[in-house]
Design a binder for this molecule. Structure first.
Ligand SMILES: C[S@@+](CC[C@H](N)C(=O)[O-])C[C@H]1O[C@@H](n2cnc3c(N)ncnc32)[C@H](O)[C@@H]1O
Length: 466
């Protein structure tokens, strides 16, 4: 709060043409929305990102081809969509919801977004024949803002009960986690899931080899679908499958009432401990044959009596998956596209958060893993990528999907064709509108279009991009 002295001092500064000291910043312009947020150069206001004055970015979609069916995509007669173009423009087009190809069919209906953007490694990635696949050169604040704009739009086009998974690594993961807290709200953070990456065993590094990537899992609201996934019991240290074991049925601390009736006899727990399960749960475990008295164990109970034989329970065969997913591969090399994600990883993501018929989106589609797995698991899908090699790889992958492995029984082939899907291009701009932009708007349009960083003089950069 400003007192009378502050107010008079600020008025004097203004009258004298002096700058106002920065300590008055928050009193004059209080930040009401966030406890903390990431500050960096070029961070655009959310309102400006979503503003529909930027109609130039709202590019028309054009159907190039349809495969396995020839109807127009619409919700009644849904056709999966593979969109060639910059996902920022595509997301804006979905957000404005005016394009006849998608209008009223997508906005607010996306139940799951999975994205695996370039990680800002500074590298260029090629296909297995040396063809250029994609660039991860965008770094620093530029990378953070690139992804933030897309995350803001993604949140807007997701269903209210939708969820999002974002794959990243040590380069920018921690910054994007903060950005996702801002965009989706800290309360909607669900998990930071640890997954494998390429294994390296380089020596003499003076630091450890990076062994893991992360998936940030957020929901749009508190209301979302979540299906518990069970896996075989595994050793938490070595990952090897383990047989269920008989375990003592007591835990530290006292609880009231302490006693339980087990196989017709009353048992009090060992000193300082309580029985881990309620009477109802013990009865149910007994029915399943998962309770016994371990005859070789002797203990002193809370009544100071010596008891021979301690109640034990048998662990379940399966356990719920937790946030450690290093039981799955980090990457695979099936499609000859770089940094291809394993189908098993996408199966887990899709099965835990969607049901058959739900709409799944991946707007950094790469080799199309998300789309192929969504197809095999009977989900609707929309994919988008800006790379020609990606477009080629995805179409080939979907057209040959019957020869790929089944998701339920990976030893068998899938044996079905992909449902009808349309290949759509985004990015044929209305040149009349483009050339009538003011100079500043025109520069910013061209910079966005060709991913040009501000440091490069614009003229040179435009020439190079063509
Ligand atoms: C790491 S790859 C995704 C790999 C994918 N998860 C898979 O399993 O194959 C990142 C992809 O994002 C695409 N991409 C980068 N910037 C993009 C943009 N602005 N719009 C659409 N796609 C983009 C790249 O072309 C690249 O194919």
């Amino acid at each position: 709060m400003l007192n009378q002295y502050d107010i008079e001092y600020i008025i004097k500064c203004l009258k004298d043409g002096q700058s106002i000291p920065t300590e008055y910043k928050y009193s004059l312009f209080p930040t009401i929305q966030k406890e903390y947020e990431l500050a960096y150069a070029g961070k655009m206001r959310k309102e400006d990102i979503l503003s529909d004055t930027d109609e130039i970015s709202n590019v028309p979609l054009q159907i190039e081809k349809t495969y396995n069916g020839d109807e127009h995509p619409s919700l009644d007669n849904w056709k999966n969509l593979l969109i060639f173009g910059d996902n920022l423009q595509v997301l804006k087009t979905i957000y404005y919801d005016k394009d006849p190809i998608i209008s009223k069919n997508i906005k607010g209906k996306i139940k799951l977004v999975y994205i695996d953007p370039p990680f800002g490694t500074g590298d260029e990635y090629d296909g297995n024949k040396g063809q250029s696949a994609y660039s991860a050169k965008r770094k620093g604040a530029d990378f953070v803002e690139f992804l933030r704009r897309r995350l803001i739009l993604l949140r807007e086009v997701m269903a209210d009960d939708g969820v999002i998974f974002v794959r990243l690594d040590y380069h920018f993961g921690h910054y994007i986690k903060v950005i996702m807290d801002e965009v989706f709200g800290k309360n909607n953070f669900r998990n930071e899931i640890i997954i494998n990456r390429f294994k390296r065993q380089l020596r003499n590094l003076n630091q450890f080899n990076h062994a893991t990537d992360v998936l940030y899992f957020y929901s749009k609201t508190e209301n979302y679908y979540f299906n518990e996934i069970l896996i075989k019991r595994i050793c938490s240290f070595c990952g090897a499958e383990k047989e269920p074991q008989w375990r003592g049925m007591h835990s530290p601390g006292l609880r009231q009432p302490p006693e339980r009736t087990i196989m017709g006899k009353v048992y009090y727990p060992p000193k300082g401990r309580h029985w881990s399960y309620t009477q109802e749960k013990i009865n149910a475990l007994f029915e399943e044959g998962r309770i016994r008295i371990g005859e070789n164990t002797t203990y002193t109970n809370i009544l100071d009596e010596k008891v021979v034989g301690c109640p034990e329970y048998l662990q379940t065969e399966e356990i719920p998956v937790d946030s450690n997913w290093t039981d799955l591969k980090g990457y695979v090399f099936a499609s000859s596209y770089p940094t291809e994600n394993p189908e098993e990883l996408l199966k887990r993501v899709i099965e835990c958060c969607t049901q058959e018929g739900d709409l799944v989106m991946d707007c950094f589609a790469g080799s199309g893993t998300t789309l192929a797995v969504a197809e095999k698991l009977n989900r609707k899908w929309i994919g988008c990528d800006i790379g020609k090699l990606s477009m080629y790889t995805i179409q080939k992958r979907l057209l040959e999907i019957s020869k790929s492995k089944d998701m339920v029984n990976p030893k068998k082939k899938y044996k079905r064709n992909a449902r009808a899907f349309a290949v759509v291009t985004a990015g044929l701009y209305d040149l009349g509108k483009v050339f009538s932009l003011t100079e500043d708007k025109y520069k910013s349009f061209v910079k966005n279009l060709f991913d040009i960083e501000d440091m490069i003089p614009l003229q040179k950069a435009v020439k190079r991009s063509f």
